[in-house]
Design a protein around this ligand. Structure first.
Ligand SMILES: N[C@@H](CCC[C@H](N)C(=O)O)C(=O)O
Length: 307
């Protein structure tokens, strides 16, 4: 038997719990759904993420194991490197579209798992459509955590460009499991970056990015004052499927790699300052790492028929 809760078909008698969290103010609604009872239609996800008629968020993270998602037909197969019993971040953008990976989301997801004793220890794998993402929860309580994520190898593509509100920015395609156009703008200052209108119309080369793209505008790196860190940049982002967000974890990895490349380096650590906070990204030859905060804001239950 199924009933309707907020427009979502669920087993009768079930209700829909949610948790709200954010990583550097990139915010998410987490839906614990171990039985994969929820049908995350684009209509439902976009209503839930709507800041007037829903809970409000940049994206949705369904919490279920990889095997359960496959058995329910949400995943065609479990990606390599992920076990059936691993928790899998089933990520949706605010417009309801599916994305391969979310770097801020995976930190919040890992914090939620650890805070709810759903994993043994602080060092475990989170599954994503881009593959396994090993995480370490360094310090946490039920509200705050510091989490690092191994984000895999960063792959550069071709040079490309985007036009935002009539101004064209040159950048480079960067694959961090999802697609990015990272534009390091030598002449840009923190102030001129602030002044850019990211609600203005945006065009990019759809030949380079047939599945859409996340676009980062980045200042040139300045030397860091933090020990062992190569440099610092400021970044703003326009996310595929969302619009401007106050942070994008995969975007900070793309930005750090592009910033290092702009000073002739392939590896190093960069602090990326975004409107929502600061993230440390380390780029290595065959791997990258994102380290930053997670905050679990609160929890609640969706009222039946809210949608
Ligand atoms: N905010 C995320 C990225 C979410 C996915 C992105 N919008 C896409 O469509 O690729 C992050 O923190 O990485």
């Amino acid at each position: 038997m199924v009933g309707e809760t907020g427009g979502v078909r669920v087993q009768e008698g079930a209700h829909v719990d949610f948790v709200k969290g954010h990583g550097t103010q990139n915010d998410f609604v987490l839906l614990p759904d171990p039985g994969v009872a929820l049908d995350l239609t684009p209509e439902f996800v976009s209503a839930l993420c709507d800041r007037q008629r829903g809970i409000g968020a940049d994206g949705v993270l369904r919490v279920a194991t990889a095997g359960a998602l496959r058995d329910a037909g949400v995943l065609a197969t479990v990606p390599d490197g992920i076990d059936d019993n691993d928790w899998f971040m089933d990520y949706r953008n605010g417009d309801g579209s599916i994305a391969e990976m979310c770097g801020n989301g995976v930190r919040v997801f890992a914090h939620y798992l650890a805070a709810h004793d759903l994993v043994a220890g602080n060092d475990f794998v989170v599954g994503s459509r881009a593959g396994a993402r090993p995480v370490v929860v360094h310090a946490r309580n039920g509200t705050h955590a510091e989490v690092s994520v191994s984000m895999g190898k960063v792959v550069f593509g071709s040079d490309s460009k985007a036009t935002i509100g009539g101004t064209t920015y040159a950048g480079v395609a960067v694959d961090v499991g999802n697609p990015h156009l990272a534009c390091v703008v030598e002449s840009m200052t923190a102030e001129t970056l602030d002044d850019i209108d990211l609600t203005a119309p945006i065009t990019y080369d759809t030949g380079d990015f047939p599945a859409g793209v996340n676009i980062e505008l980045i200042t040139a790196p300045t030397p860091s004052t933090v020990d062992g860190v190569t440099g610092e940049v400021q970044m703003r982002v326009h996310e595929r499927g969302v619009g401007e967000t106050r942070s994008c974890g995969t975007g900070t990895v793309a930005a750090a790699a592009a910033a290092l490349r702009s000073i002739g380096r392939n590896t190093g650590a960069i602090i990326v300052a975004v409107p929502g906070g600061r993230i440390t990204v380390t780029i290595r030859d065959n791997d990258s790492e994102l380290r930053g905060p997670s905050i679990l804001v609160g929890a609640g239950m969706l009222n039946e028929g809210w949608l």
